[in-house]
Design a protein around this ligand. Structure first.
Ligand code: KE4
Length: 427
């Protein structure tokens, strides 16, 4: 239950902003409650307008890998702002960011900045269509790539392979160009390519699907994806908006030794400011305006404040040797959750890699979103609210992944596990 000032603000917000929020997941609809309003945040903690504080496991849905308001990022933004807030003119920071991405992500030879992950994936799809001259794309149920029309498409009915709009306002004609398949089903992927391969511009896939909780590719699945797309001349767009620079300098493609044709990036890359990016082989990227025929643009793309915030964050991650630490606290969380729920005899699975984790209330292999929807949502909601009341902010949806930052200490994880222990003890 949110505090009185949050409730007052939410009442007002709903008269001015659709649903009272600027992004639906913030409305707490998946946990049947009303959101709190944040007043400030620092490190691993956030404080709401009623002065209640929480250990935060969302981190703005991924960007805040150093924790909230890192001193270095504040200073970098402050210093950059004194030189100007936005130019709409090429600036050195854009070149530095492009160089860093090309250095860290070997599959990326050229990169274009955007202002969100949605823009990055939307642009990558248009580019793939322009490069191949084909119209169809393949995506997977349960994978989310932002809200561009081509990607708000659900799987068609059994007989049909072509998509059905997954949102009002998406024309059926758009959905017809999107084939939506179950993730982790190599047979269905090969079958669709045998049938439609020469019409398919690209497959877009989350590197590790993290919008159905956190799902891992089955052994050999990514290899099959790469082989079947190469065989039919289709591109692979690897959506690393969530995982890029979070799980490794080179993202999941480094961990999995995977070579996509295009990569979408976001979140961590902006240091908390609005940034997305997409990049890949130069022969593909050079199809983009002004050199090539595929148009793509953005007033604030490469904004200097966003660039210095992102560069500062990425360089601090590298300097801190962040990834072993994030794996350490991530596995501390996962092992603690498994211990607590096993002792209580509650069916569960915990998927975790590095600083990303997800707790599922069912005890079977998480193959894809079809597994995820079978879990006990009522228990999930009880845990969410029980933790929130005790000062721990977990993801307000069973479809979201938890994020741990460099600001979270082993003590914070222990305190969190103690809270979870106290919540489940009352069950
Ligand atoms: P944005 O347009 O929200 O910056 O990025 C879209 C996007 C693209 N690709 C992946 C894999 C993503 O997870 C996202 C956005 N993630 C959600 C959280 N699951 C953002 C939170 C929100 O929608 O408010």
């Amino acid at each position: 239950m949110s505090g009185p000032l949050s409730q007052k603000l939410f009442t007002k917000a709903k008269t001015l902003i659709p649903g009272g929020v600027n992004s639906p997941v913030r409305a707490f609809r998946n946990v049947d409650g009303d959101p709190f309003f944040v007043r400030r945040a620092k490190g691993a903690r956030i404080e709401d307008v009623d002065q209640k504080s929480y250990i935060d496991y969302i981190g703005s849905w991924g960007p805040n890998i150093l924790g909230h308001a890192p001193t270095s990022i504040i200073a970098a933004i402050h210093n950059a702002a004194k030189e100007g807030v936005s130019y709409g003119i090429p600036n050195p920071h854009e070149v530095e960011m492009a160089q860093l991405i090309v250095d860290w992500v070997p599959s990326v030879e050229k990169v274009r900045m955007t202002n969100s992950g949605t823009e990055a994936t939307m642009s990558a799809i248009r580019l793939a269509r322009g490069f191949t001259g084909r119209d169809k794309i393949v995506k997977f149920e349960g994978c989310y790539h932002g809200h561009s029309d081509s990607l708000l498409v659900a799987a068609g009915s059994g007989a049909l392979t072509f998509g059905e709009p997954d949102s009002a306002g998406v024309p059926q004609s758009f959905a017809n160009e999107t084939i939506t398949l179950p993730y982790n089903d190599a047979g269905r992927l090969e079958e669709v390519f045998e049938k439609y391969g020469e019409q398919i511009a690209a497959v877009i896939v989350e590197s590790y699907p993290a919008n159905a909780g956190l799902v891992f590719p089955r052994e050999g699945y990514l290899q099959t994806l790469r082989e079947v797309t190469t065989k039919h001349g289709a591109l692979v767009i690897f959506d690393e908006v969530m995982t890029g620079f979070r799980l490794a300098k080179g993202g999941v493609q480094e961990l999995e030794n995977f070579q996509p044709d295009l990569t979408a990036m976001g979140k961590v890359i902006g240091g908390g400011l609005p940034v997305g990016a997409f990049g890949g082989r130069a022969e593909i990227m050079d199809m983009l305006a002004p050199d090539g025929p595929v148009y793509q643009a953005g007033t604030l793309s490469g904004n200097p404040l966003a660039m210095v915030a992102g560069l500062t964050q990425l360089r601090e991650l590298e300097k801190a040797g962040a990834y072993p630490y994030l794996e350490q606290v991530g596995s501390q969380m996962a092992e603690g959750l498994r211990r607590i729920l096993s002792e209580k005899g509650i069916p569960h699975r915990v998927n975790q890699v590095g600083s990303m984790f997800c707790l599922y209330f069912l005890d079977e292999e998480i193959v894809n979103v079809d597994t995820v929807v079978k879990q006990d949502f009522e228990i999930f909601k009880k845990l969410f609210w029980g933790c929130l009341e005790r000062g721990v902010y977990l993801a307000p949806s069973p479809y979201e992944t938890g994020f741990i930052s460099m600001a979270h200490t082993a003590g914070d994880i222990d305190d969190t596990l103690d809270v979870i222990q106290s919540v489940v003890t009352d069950w």
